[in-house]
Design a protein around this ligand. Sequence first.
Ligand code: ACO
Length: 168
Amino acid sequence: MSRSAPPLRPFLPEDAPILAAIFAASITDLTGDDYSEAQQEAWAMAAEDEAAFGKKLGGQLTLIATLQGAPVGFASLKGADHIDMLYVHPSAVGQGVGAALCDALEKIASARGTKILKVDASDTALDFFRKRGYVAQQRNSVTINGEWLANTTMQKTLDGVATPGGHA
Ligand code: ACO
């Protein structure tokens, strides 16, 4: 069955509360096979301060995917070459939302001249990124709110479809 890509739009400051809720629900419901409850709680707490979370999203290139007009997922590009966040609401997984967000960030990064795009992928998202051509470089342990969480730095060589003045 073919599926159409969900519409995407840029982040607006008033989106911070709903994106914080998507972030927390995504971690709580989707990462339990890979992280302990304590790790999930520490990770989800990163969006508890909605103002700070919104400021972080606003400081990056953040895109929101919508279904029936409501946000269901978001992704952010930090600098020119690093996917910082990618979270889809549990009710919307498996419908191409993550792929559409990633496609867009890859196109934008490529249009900015980025040759190698990097991501510190959660263990939950590892195979999602692998399927898209990202290759594991190194394992990391990062501390978030007092808990140590593992992730994997992965990278993908972009095709370089960008042309000066071309579309992103
Ligand atoms: N493992 C293997 N394959 C996967 C996974 C997975 N966890 N998730 C999706 N896929 C596959 C799908 O089957 C699909 O394959 P197809 O093209 O052959 O049909 C393809 O990847 C695209 O799937 P989407 O439906 O676009 O992905 P989805 O919208 O479900 O989002 C995501 C995937 C973002 C990993 C989601 O499960 C999620 O939010 N997970 C929890 C939060 C998380 O760990 N986020 C990443 C943190 S790391 C970071 O932000 C950089």
